[in-house]
Every structure is written in structure tokens, then in C-alpha cells.
Design a protein around this ligand. Sequence first.
Ligand code: 5MY
Ligand code: ADP
Ligand code: MG
Ligand code: MG
Length: 340
Amino acid sequence: MRLMEEIARQKDGDRDEEVVSIGGGLPQHVKVVIVGYALTSKKIKSFLQPKLEGLARNKGILFVAIDQSRPLSDQGPFDIVLHKLSGREWGQILEDYRKMHPEVTVLDPPDAIQHVHNRQYMLQDVADLNLSDAYGKVGVPRQLVIKKDPSSIPDAVSKAGLMLPLVAKPLLVDGSAKSHQHSLAYDQYSLQKLEPPLVLQEFVNHGGVLFKVYIVGEAIKVVRRFSLPDVSKRELSKNAGVFRFPRVSCAAASADDADLDPCVAELPPRPLLERLARELRRRLGLRLFNLDIIREHGTRDRFYVIDINYFPGYGKMPEYEHIFTDFLLSLGQSKYKKRC
Ligand SMILES: O=P(O)(O)O[C@@H]1[C@@H](OP(=O)(O)O)[C@H](OP(=O)(O)O)[C@H](O)[C@H](OP(=O)(O)O)[C@H]1OP(=O)(O)O
Ligand SMILES: Nc1ncnc2c1ncn2[C@@H]1O[C@H](COP(=O)(O)OP(=O)(O)O)[C@@H](O)[C@H]1O
Ligand SMILES: [Mg+2]
Ligand SMILES: [Mg+2]
């Protein structure tokens, strides 16, 4: 704590060549990057692990908890603000802070985050991008938004020409467990049992494996996770009803070491992901997010983005400590460059 206070005090003066003693070792000449964070206790536990904090300290990055009971401008000064908290009030506090402190990098802007918290808009940029090149094609499943009146759903579904089965997802992603409670609907009449507001999305067979594409600034990391199994035509014709399904693609369902059909397991081509990530970073205005991507079963290069998450569970991303600290440093450095 002393170290933080000392650095924060020094930040008022010229801090381009601060002398800090790290881990009790010899003083090193480093440019210290102060990262204020406002995260839930769950996120602090999964993200701010001792290994990350230790590595960060060695690279001259300090994480400082933001005290939500005090004005943000009275704290710091910060170089970077890292946040994931829900609520309009907090979003407004950050917006005001961003206006007053353009020199601080707020990761990420609240309005850009809000955009991916609504499944009606979340995938729009992927659809607009309509990415197709020699490495493959990336689209989004067809979907329909139902705001109210569940009795209107069967008609709305047939008018829109959506094919069964359908995945029903709560419209808003607000950090609650409820916003991840989805259902799989085998027949359109049972959809009346669902509670709007929701999104109905065509289920795409993908061999039971999905790819989590983590993005941290310019860096990309892909892992495999188990997902819902395919639904055959036979199964579809034999079953009716809507079935709730729990979170299938959590970390416990890592499929990286499983013995999988190579056609299903093969990661999406790197150049395709790089193009997709670059475009989405720009269009979404986000630097910290992940994409859930599936490959249509039976194809080699037909991909669908089904979900985008802001500041996901990076603690489960291999080598996240190095990737994240390098990213924070690069932000700090580009700021110094701008100043010179
Ligand atoms: O809890 P975790 O570590 O599984 O992380 C969740 C993410 O899991 P993932 O990293 O994709 O495996 C999770 O991703 P999915 O939606 O499950 O694909 C969300 O990002 C979730 O945040 P929120 O509830 O949508 O605000 C994330 O929850 P928070 O940690 O941000 O609360
Ligand atoms: N259109 C779809 N086709 C096939 N499977 C899907 C589709 N949408 C979602 N899923 C499955 O449901 C899971 C949860 O859906 P997702 O959109 O990722 O919501 P969440 O934000 O709760 O993670 C996915 O990880 C995947 O296993
Ligand atoms: Mg998901
Ligand atoms: Mg999600």
C-alpha cells in the first residue's frame, strides 16, 4: 500500500523516470502505469490473481482498487481505469470522468459496452461486416427479437421464416445468472411459454464444440469449449417443447484436451480471426472482449459468431498474465509517446 501511495504522490511531479523498488529488490528505473479497477468481487478473484499482480508489479504496473463511495476524480491519478460493474449510475460516473480526464484510458467506454449488453444489437456489426475471404465466411445466425406478448411468437416466427430448432436468449445481458438462462425450442407453439423480452436465434449444428476467441487489444487467443450437441432432423421431428439448458460452455467444459473429430476441433484460420478481431475492435470501440464462434457442422469454413462478451473471464485464457500486462504497458507507452 505504501508503494502505491508513494507513486501516486510522485505522479503529481515529473514521473517519466520514477525510481521504484520492486518486490524489495534493487530500485529500477521504470515508468509506472497506475491502473484503477472497479470490478465485482467475483471478477477480482478470477482476474486479479497473485500471479498477474506480481508480474504486473515487476513490469511497473500497479493495480489500485477504486473506492466507489468516493468521487472518482479525487482518486488516483490513474493512467488506466479497468471496470466491469453494472448499473446506469456507474456508467454515468465513468462518462463524466472520461470527459473531465481525457488523459485517462477508460477500458472500455460505457456506451460501447452497453451496445453488447443487448442481444438485439450485439451481433449487428458482425452481420454488417459480412466477412468472406479465402479463409472462410463469418456470419451470424438469423434471429428475431420479441419484446412482449408471448402469444404472438408462433406467428412472428413463421412470418420471419426462422427454422427450428431455435435458441431463446434473454434480450439483456446484465451480469445476472438469469441473462444466461437459455432454452432450446423444438416446436414453434411451445415458444408461447417463454418470457419476453428475448431473442430467438436459429440453432446451428456445430459438432458440440465452440471456439472462445479472447481479444485483449491487438492480441488474440483461442480456446475450445464443449457446447450443445447437434440436433438431427429425426430428433427434431420426434420432439416438441422448450428445454432450458444451463451454461454449457463454462471453463469446466474445456475441450482443448479432448479426443475430438479433427474436422470439428480444427481452430478457425488465424488470418480470418485477425481480420474479424481488427474490424470488430474498430466497429465496437472495445478492446477487451471475447467472441463465441461456431463452425457449421459438415463445412470447413462457414463460421457463425453467436455471442460477444465484454471483459470476459480472462483468468481462463492461457497466458493471460503476460498478454494483459503487455497490453497495459503498451497503452501506458503510447500515452507517453503522445506527450513527447
Ligand atoms: O464468470 P466467468 O469467469 O465464467 O466469466 C464470464 C464469461 O465466461 P467466459 O469467459 O466466456 O467463459 C461469460 O461469457 P459467456 O457469456 O458465458 O460466453 C460472460 O462474459 C460473463 O459476464 P456477464 O455475466 O455476461 O457479464 C463472465 O462473467 P464475469 O466474470 O464477468 O462476471
Ligand atoms: N445459434 C446457436 N446455435 C448453436 N448453439 C448455440 C447458439 N446460440 C447459443 N448456443 C449455445 O448456447 C450457449 C450460450 O449461448 P450464448 O449466446 O453464448 O449466451 P451466453 O451469453 O449466456 O454465453 C453457447 O455457448 C452455445 O453452446
Ligand atoms: Mg457465450
Ligand atoms: Mg455472453
